[in-house]
Each structure stands twice: as C-alpha cells, then as structure tokens.
Design a binder for this molecule. Structure first.
Ligand SMILES: NC(=O)c1ccc[n+]([C@@H]2O[C@H](COP(=O)([O-])OP(=O)(O)OC[C@H]3O[C@@H](n4cnc5c(N)ncnc54)[C@H](O)[C@@H]3O)[C@@H](O)[C@H]2O)c1
Length: 346
C-alpha cells in the first residue's frame, strides 16, 4: 500500500460517520473517501452529495449494505460509525475480509463479544483493528501523556477525570453510560497511567425527578490499577450547562491538568470567562482529525496504529461490565482480563 492513497469506506452516516467522512474528504490528503453506507440510504446520499459524490461524480459512492462496502474492491479500509450494537459483527466481517477497520467505541456490546474479536485478530496474526478512543489524539491529553512520560511529575499516582454532557444523548441508565461513555474515561486512565484496572467501585444517583426512576445519570467511578495506583472519574450526562471533559494526573512531584481549548474570553455584565458549548462533537474535532490522519498514514506506510487497539477495547469493556455490576450491587468488583496476546505487546 506504500504511497498510494487509502480508499476509505464509512459505515454509518450519522453524527460521527459524517464528521469522519468530512474530515477524510476535506483534510486527509493520504485518504480517498471512496464509499458511504447507512441503513437510512437517504442520509448517506445527502452526505455523499455534500462531499461532491454519489455515483459517478468525484466523491464517495453510496453502497447498499455493510457487506457490499466491506467486500468492495474499491475500498481498502473501513470506518465503522454505526450504533454500538453493530460494531462487533462489522469488525468481524472486516477481519474475515482482511481489511483494516477503525471502529468507533465501544468495540462491542460486552467483554465476551470483544474477546472474540481479540482472539480472531490474534489468530490472524496481524493488527487490523483500531478503536476510536480519540482522546489519545487530543492535544491537551497528549501533552498530559508527554508530561507523565517525561518524569516531570515524578511517578504519576492518581488520574482524575471529569466527563459532563449537557443532556443524555441516548440513555441515562447507569449500565448504558458505563458501557458507552465511560469507556473514554477508563481508556484515559489506563493509557495515562500505563496500567490495567484491577478493581472498580461505582456509586450513582438520579439528578432530577423528570428522569426515569432507573436513571443513574451522575456516576462516580473509582478504580484501583493492577499496581495499586488510583483513578477516579465523575460522569454526569445531564449537567445542563454544557459539554466538558477534563483530566488531571497527580504525581509524586507535581500535578498537571488538561484545559479545554478556551479560544475566547468573554467580558460582559460583571462576568469574565469562556463560554461552554453543549455540542460534544466540537471540542474533539482536532482529535478526531488527528486520529483519522494517523490511522490512514499508518495504513499507507505499513506501521502499527499508535492509538487504541482491539485489546484496549476489550479491556475497557471488561472494566465497564465490572463497573455496572458494582453499581447494581453497591460494592467493589474485581476486573479479570485474559492474558494479553503477543500481537498487542508493542
Ligand atoms: N468517539 C466519540 O467521541 C463518539 C461520540 C459519539 C458517538 N460515538 C459512537 O459512534 C457511533 C455512532 O454514533 P452517532 O452519535 O453518530 O449515532 P447516530 O445515530 O447519529 O448515527 C448512527 C447512524 O448509523 C446508521 N445505522 C444504524 N444501523 C446501521 C447498520 N446496521 N448499518 C449501517 N448504518 C446503520 C443510522 O441510520 C445512523 O445514520 C456509536 O457507536 C457511538 O457510541 C463515538
């Protein structure tokens, strides 16, 4: 594949699929956006038209099914942005076709399902699956990682995360939030501390009466890493005022925290500060683009993707499942992982 443009097919043309397709078409020169597919064909056609395509023109073709897109000889690599429930079967189909796939998080619907993907990839003996934990490409998180690795903080001892949405996008039950949203925070803690999670403990509450009785839209997740270090995340999916993600590392000799990219300072009516958006796609646009560009470049150059792998997706889901059990039972839960296959050791 060296030096040729990678021909990309995108499955799912909703919020995330559209953002990735626009990034691929407009900003990633090593990539050719070759095909789009969505269960709602009209949605894929509108996106293709926006991006100068739809069959015949200079832009993406619209294909009829995920199977057709994955099998297409005009598609080298696949980006999966369909809903969570379809991820495992689509990734498995890409593995069977021998095509590289960047799957939006979560990797699958359960750790057991994710493990089947890990085993299939390890069995094939080469890394084809990459996962969209885009914080690893966010400039602020990457700076935090570089500081941790430089030794400037001494040994990092504690990771603290805050993850707030203005309104629950899909579902405000604790189990759903822990599987769908908390994956980012679990991955952040594993990546920034460089260790697996050994135990997790979760408490949650329903923040307002208008939410269903079963809602647990404010969650506190505490984790103990395999080497005894600590991590904690607050997830609040109906925080009302806006969308915000932050992380702090506390080390033996200092601490460092990310700052949202506050591009303007507003002064008005006795107030000085920065507006907070409720659009969750905006603060991470730079990260989504950097992730996609890095993935495409590694495919083109035959290198291993520096972002999250199928193993990271499996590990995150194992912690999510233990976290959901902890929330239901009101007590800490151990996290048990299988041995890590050698293809994930670098
Ligand atoms: N990395 C992140 O920060 C981030 C943020 C939000 C969502 N996500 C993930 O991205 C994925 C998509 O989320 P979204 O917010 O774009 O959802 P969305 O509802 O906006 O879009 C999903 C699209 O997939 C289509 N679709 C449904 N079933 C399909 C199928 N079987 N095959 C093909 N297309 C199908 C739908 O018609 C829709 O257009 C989810 O898995 C979600 O968890 C990731």
């Amino acid at each position: 594949m060296a030096s040729a443009r990678i021909r990309l097919g995108v499955i799912g043309a909703g919020t995330m699929g559209s953002q990735h397709a626009r990034n691929a078409r407009r900003f990633v020169s090593a990539c050719e956006l070759a095909a789009l597919q969505d269960l709602d064909r009209g949605r894929a056609e509108r996106l293709a038209a926006e991006l100068g395509g739809a069959n015949g023109a200079d832009g993406p073709a619209v294909l009829s099914s995920p199977e057709e897109l994955i099998a297409s000889s005009a598609v080298d690599a696949v980006l999966v942005a369909a809903p969570d429930a379809f991820h495992a079967e689509l990734v498995l189909a890409c593995l069977a076709a021998g095509k590289a796939v960047l799957c939006e998080k979560p990797l699958a619907s359960s750790p057991e399902e994710a493990l089947r993907l890990v085993e299939a990839e390890a069995g094939a003996g080469r890394r084809l699956v990459s996962l969209g934990f885009q914080r690893r490409f966010d400039p602020a998180h990457a700076a935090l990682k570089a500081l941790a690795d430089s030794g400037a903080l001494g040994r990092p001892l504690l990771w603290k995360g805050v993850h707030r949405n203005a309104k629950a996008a899909y579902d405000s039950s604790g189990a759903f939030i822990l599987a769908n949203s908390a994956g980012h925070d679990i991955d952040s803690s594993r990546w920034l501390l460089g260790a697996e999670v050994a135990e997790v403990s979760v408490r949650g509450l329903r923040s307002r009466e208008e939410l269903p009785e079963s809602s647990r839209d404010l969650l506190l997740v505490q984790m103990i890493m395999a080497d005894g270090r600590l991590a904690s995340a607050e997830l609040f999916v109906s925080a009302d005022y806006g969308y915000e993600v932050s992380a702090e590392l506390v080390g033996q000799r200092g601490s460092a925290a990310t700052a949202q990219p506050d591009r303007v300072c507003l002064r008005s009516s006795g107030f000085r500060g920065s507006p907070v958006t409720s659009d969750w796609t905006a603060p991470f646009q730079e990260a989504y683009l950097a992730e996609l560009a890095a993935w495409i470049e590694t495919l083109r150059d035959g290198r291993v993707f520096p972002g999250a792998s199928a193993w990271d997706g499996y590990a995150a889901l194992a912690v999510s499942a233990a976290a959901a059990a902890s929330l239901a039972e009101g007590k800490p839960r151990a996290v048990a992982l299988v041995g890590k296959p050698r293809i994930y050791s670098n």
